[in-house]
Design a protein around this ligand. Structure first.
Ligand SMILES: NC(=O)c1ccc[n+]([C@@H]2O[C@H](COP(=O)([O-])OP(=O)(O)OC[C@H]3O[C@@H](n4cnc5c(N)ncnc54)[C@H](O)[C@@H]3O)[C@@H](O)[C@H]2O)c1
Length: 343
């Protein structure tokens, strides 16, 4: 049985809603623990506790690799399997979460996750300052632009590793998914002279592809296109064991969450000589920006510099991976361990 690794776990019945509110603070070694608030249905509340324990530990590693002065935490409100929250109960739940956060004396701050929105963060913010990713009128702002900028920084590092230059002129990239991050990113890359192959399941995006001078293909064709870098920017699970033999790119780096269908696909990619940069490193721009501005009260310029520093992180990971003959994902795990050990 693994040992208990968390600094503090709160489990309480919400004073207003009566629902189980769970906050797991995994680590504050690097600073205040952060992690989203999940409001989700579970067959048993203890499944929600397991989620909070697992996801808060993952946040510690994610923050450490991103170079954030923050640790990992997570909130889970475990709803019964058949629960529907009406607006009044939802407010009660969010205020219960806020009170549980207050009980932690500033060691943890929350943001949106599955089942919660920036609007919900504004409601939590009525009772605690330890909340981020609120709507713009409450001092927050959308994260897609910063996520796209951070992805561009990651791609610069990959481009330099592949071709010895961080300039995108002449680079061939396939962007799979032209949503709020993918579209912004494609525009940035096109403006720098990259040759783009793009795809989306929504045919309405084809028009934009034409204005970018990109080649429009199906999502499957984009993933296996003969390009330098594939950029997954839609849903997770696209990198399966089956697709690996068909890939023709030299590297994969994109913002889509949980790209690997199974963890061992990282090894399969490595054996095929394809550098896969873990998505949590590539997509960290949004959270880096939000925490810098909303929790650390830094200027937009300072926050932007932190986001652009993803380029150095990815450069380090690729360099270490090559030197130690490990995958970039293994190099990221080791980097997180070192940063935590030296904190
Ligand atoms: N928005 C952020 O700041 C942020 C931060 C971190 C990670 N991410 C992750 O990045 C990814 C994109 O986020 P987003 O905010 O742009 O989402 P989005 O919903 O705005 O865009 C997703 C796009 O992908 C398209 N799509 C869906 N399935 C597809 C498929 N099978 N093939 C090709 N295209 C497909 C959709 O039509 C849509 O245009 C997600 O995985 C998200 O979790 C986003």
């Amino acid at each position: 049985m693994p040992g208990f690794q968390h600094e503090h776990v709160v489990v309480r019945s919400g004073g207003r809603s009566g629902l189980p509110v769970i906050i797991a603070v995994h680590s504050t070694k690097l600073g205040q623990a952060v992690g989203g608030c999940r409001v989700w249905r579970y067959a048993d509340w203890r499944d929600g506790l397991a989620d909070a324990l697992r996801l808060s530990a993952a946040m510690t590693a994610k923050c450490a690799v991103a170079g954030l002065a923050n640790g990992g935490g997570k909130t889970v409100v475990a709803l019964p399997a058949d629960a529907e929250l009406d607006a009044a109960t939802r407010r009660m739940v969010l205020h219960d979460v806020a009170d549980a956060i207050t009980s932690l004396s500033g060691t943890y701050a929350t943001g949106p996750d599955v089942g919660t929105t920036p609007e919900d963060m504004a409601v939590i913010g009525e009772r605690t300052p330890h909340v981020f990713c609120r709507p713009e009128r409450h001092g927050g702002g959308g994260s897609s632009a910063a996520t796209a900028l951070g992805t561009l920084a990651a791609l610069r590092a990959v481009r330099r590793r592949l071709h010895g230059t961080a300039a995108f002129r002449g680079a061939r990239l396939a962007v799979v998914g032209l949503g709020s991050v993918g579209m912004r990113l494609a525009r940035l890359l096109a403006a720098e002279g990259a040759e783009l192959v793009v795809a989306d399941i929504d045919p309405a995006k084809r028009h934009e592809s034409d204005t970018l001078g990109a080649t429009w293909v199906s999502p499957e064709e984009a993933l296996t296109a003969d390009v330098d870098i594939v950029v997954p920017a839609a849903l997770g699970g696209v990198l399966t064991a089956d697709v690996v033999p068909d890939l023709r790119c030299a590297a994969i780096a994109g913002p889509a969450n949980n790209q690997l269908a199974a963890e061992d696909v990282a090894g399969l990619l490595h054996r095929r000589g394809i550098a896969w940069v873990p998505d949590h490193v590539v997509s960290a721009g949004g959270v880096i920006n939000t925490l810098a501005v909303e929790l650390h009260h830094e200027s937009a310029d300072e926050a932007r510099k932190r986001v652009e520093a993803i380029e150095h992180t990815v450069s380090d990971l690729l360099h270490t991976a090559e030197l130690q003959r490990v995958t970039p994902a293994q190099a990221a795990t080791e980097l997180a361990r070192l940063r935590l050990a030296s904190a």
